[in-house]
Design a protein around this ligand. Sequence first.
Ligand code: PEP
Ligand code: MN
Length: 354
Amino acid sequence: MLVVMKAQATPEQVQAVCEHIEQLGFRAHPLPGAQRTAIGITGNQGEVDRGNLEELAGVAEVIRVSKAYKLASRDVKEEDTVVRFAGTDAAIGGNGLAIIAGPCSIETRDQAFAIAEAVAASGAQFFRGGAYKPRTSPYAFQGLGLEALRIMAEIRERFGLRIVTEAIDNESLDLVAEWADVVQIGARNMQNFSLLKRAGRLRKPVLIKRGLSATLEEFLMAAEYVMSEGNYEVILCERGVRTFADHTRNTLDLSIIPAIQRLSHLPILVDPSHATGRRDSVLPMARAAVASGADGILVEVHDHPEKALSDGPQSIYPSQFAGMMNELEQIAPVVGRTLPRGIRVEARTGAAKG
Ligand code: PEP
Ligand code: MN
């Protein structure tokens, strides 16, 4: 159910409606929009009696939301969600494309700094690097853990880049939330419902990667899990799905971009690295992603990919990343977007580019 408030409803009236909903034993999710505030109701098994609600001051109408996902749905919030980063001009969603670049894994401080410096020089606003790695083999490199989080915090201080990194379980979730700017939930955990709920109790944006064979509805339900706990800053990321095709690691499903944008207000990024597994396919798919309306790109970059401890074959060189940024900058205006270069950070840290 969704309570749509009148455009002129006061904050006190919104508050009173939320309290009424909570008194009925449900959860109220006030979602302010440009025109009016809508209040999503969750926690109800069946119908909520709309009679009472419609009589409360400031209420325009009460609507039944028939889709399985509610808070993630455009029915509940018409305007696109834009995730902003306090003290900076960086955003995910909205007109500017968000570019998240960095190595698959943080391997050493020198490696991470060299790559961060290169991607910052090309204008990326976000740096990615795995600290906790969900590897297919238990014998493969599992990540540096807290040491990697500390290195990335230093990178944020030095270059201003906002940090995106994956949490794989409860323990790493708390640490990632403490040290990073965006908590990534990987494809393999997209249906780890207890982890999603816990991420929903954080006050940090959550980037959810599409599961290896997740349908659009399953993908949006993962977002719904996070939002149902009160965290509305969710970013989706298409990273390819399993198909019979074996010329690439996965099959990039770009058609999910317009489908998601029709049904949901959440931003959607594309990861051409994990989608293809091949360095030579990353640029063509990144171009296509932007042309298809993606809100940004998450891409693996490594200065010595032949020595990388994970995902070397799909990691592009810093020079290729620079070329990609130039191309995406040209494609962006064709689809009514811009490519912001560099991140502006308010004085406190002082080290930012631009
Ligand atoms: C990653 O981003 O490094 C990663 C492991 O991605 P995915 O969860 O999409 O496989
Ligand atoms: Mn990787």
